[in-house]
Design a protein around this ligand. Sequence first.
Ligand SMILES: CCCCCCC/C=C/C(=O)SCCNC(=O)CCNC(=O)[C@H](O)C(C)(C)COP(=O)(O)OP(=O)(O)OC[C@H]1O[C@@H](n2cnc3c(N)ncnc32)[C@H](O)[C@@H]1OP(=O)(O)O
Length: 719
Amino acid sequence: MARYELVKRSVALITLTNPPVNSLSSAVRHGIAKTMDRALSDPKVTAVVICGENGRFCGGADIREFAGPLRGPPLLPLLDSIEAGDKPVVAAIEGVALGGGLELALVCHYRIAHSKARLGLPEVTLGLLPAAGGTQRLPRLIGIPAALELITTGRHVSSQEALKLGIVDQVTEHNACEVAVEFALRAVAKPLSSRRLSALTVPCPPDLDALLEAVTMQIQKKARGVMAPLACVQAVRAAATMPYSQGIKRESELMATLFNSGQARALQYSFFAERTAGKWTLPSGAQWNDTKPREIRSAAVIGLGTMGRGIAVSLARVGISVIAVESDRKLMESGRQMVIGMLERDAKRRGVSASLNLLKFTLSLQDLKDVDLVIEAVFEDMALKKRVFQELSKVCRPTTLLCSNTSGLDVDALAGVTDRPQLVSGMHFFSPAHVMKLLEVVCGPRSSSETIATAMSLGKRMGKVSVAVGNCPGFVGNRMLKPYSDQATFLLEEGATPEQIDKVLEDFGFAMGVFRMSDLAGLDVGWRVRKESGLTGPDVDPKNPPRRRQGRKYCPIPDMVCEQGRFGQKTGRGWYMYDKPGGTNAKPDPLIQNLLETYRGRYGIKPRNITEQEIIERCLFALANEGFRILKDGIAAQPEDIDVIYQFGYGFPRHRGGPMFYASMVGLERVLERLEHYHQAHPDVSHLEPSPLLKKLVACGSPPIQKWREHIKTIHSHL
Ligand SMILES: CCCCCCC/C=C/C(=O)SCCNC(=O)CCNC(=O)[C@H](O)C(C)(C)COP(=O)(O)OP(=O)(O)OC[C@H]1O[C@@H](n2cnc3c(N)ncnc32)[C@H](O)[C@@H]1OP(=O)(O)O
């Protein structure tokens, strides 16, 4: 796990060998301890270089080992002993030096980085802090403000920035290992005391308290309820105010509070869930690692509304030439201006030049005959989409892939009107499409594995977290949203207010509560869908008892809000009131309060006090319950996919892991018991009826989430 060689007759070259990222597993730590001992005790060796195999220095501690008992040599004393050694040690950083990897580099007396390397202390993103001396050594090297920023955000820096900050001593375009060996030979005669970071004093800013206070406030605002960044501030405070020996103790104490926390478990689960989601399997047996995606050089986007514009930007900025189609010259011109403006702003932010030459705008579908792939992003109307797909089928060459950016319509019905159903899939982007990282790739029953592989790979190329899902109304994300928002509106009937429900959800960690989110998305969209499906409007059978539709309980309050022209932020009124149309500052509206009181009065509902616990349980357990149904139906292949969708598309707090992980943390037995309780109280709300899969998992002893797949493997997958 660590290779030892003698090079240039006097330099010990230690190579970490734990692919793919040379993480510091117990075997690697053991290997470092052994090879360092050998280097320090061999009189022929005058200097040491540490590097990583396959052009990657080290991706940090082995995160998988955190779940089990700590084995092998502990990292902190191992690193301390490297720093204390009397022969110069040089880190040759290629690829990445992250977390424990950077901490290893910080105990080396010199650091040489390749120009393409990235460095950082991302432990905070895993619910931890850099507890192998990172919170004490980095401030001594680069000062409190810069160290505080890097440690509390976990941001990676380029080697150029690392050089400017003083983290590395030299950046090279050449082989970092060879450069480090030459550097080590020159360092042999030089004193090491000033190179041992733990022995340095911290350059402390005069306004330390004010700085720490400001950063704490910023964290509390941006990452409400998240423990790790606050613990990082405490650890850096210790570096500033205590000698190293005490600071390091404080670092360990703070780490101990985080290490076994639910937040750390959720964040580490989220790290792996994101990677698991990319590994799809289709019912045919085809998989992510055995199906070659097509190369996409050119694409077309149909419709330059909000979604189409964002999709065009996402494609062009990764070097794909884009033909954008609109039906009307005025719309095309305004779309053109907006796409160009978005691309220019994006390029400026990233410090690159805008790829405007890749864009072409047209009114004619005939111009699409040679593109590799089309993404249709017209209005969410099946008849209109079918017309577009029929037309595309005629004009595009037979090998062109046809994708729909639908948020929930039947992808197979669209495939059915084309001459190439195997080349049709859904690509459900989230608004704004050039910002939001989630992409649901919808696999119809006739989509080929190559089509899915290509859509998934294109998503990755655009920087999206892509998740393959099956074809059903709403797919995964929007299908689950319904029980969640239904519960919220039922709670309004029973006595809650929008602001009370939103506060509970936001305190839980959601970026926005369900009502604020609906106001942002626009209330009219759902209203139109409900009208089209006969749930409200003139087509409703007058014989329907009030508050019941299609044999189920129905809450008409959202329709009543829309009937007043309150469509959310865009009209300045929705569940909340805003300063102006388009305003974002939501204030409780007495008119909504009135509407709720009148409504309850009309139906004889006596409002009751609704607790925080009930809001969380009814909204989130109903959400997870639908997730279990989705797994049972084979619409998502694994719970990780659902959790990734909810984190990246719906603002579910990452430190809670996602709805399925959250259910597993609460305990499946408890979730089942509470759903049974609420379903008994509301027998006409089918979403509260515990799903068969949840019951099955509880009957099997509530296995950990990673084992659920074994219990759902017999299910017929629609992916
Ligand atoms: C009481 C104990 C005290 C201990 C103190 C310890 C203090 C130190 C703590 C740490 O170091 S925590 C770890 C900090 N490091 C990170 O957060 C880095 C995580 N990794 C990444 O960001 C990326 O993987 C990467 C290194 C930038 C590479 O990205 P790339 O896109 O090229 O590959 P991936 O698909 O992400 O990863 C490939 C493969 O490797 C697995 N993996 C990556 N890093 C780790 C790791 N640190 N530990 C274990 N496994 C890791 C990753 O999961 C992928 O595998 P699969 O999931 O596909 O099987």
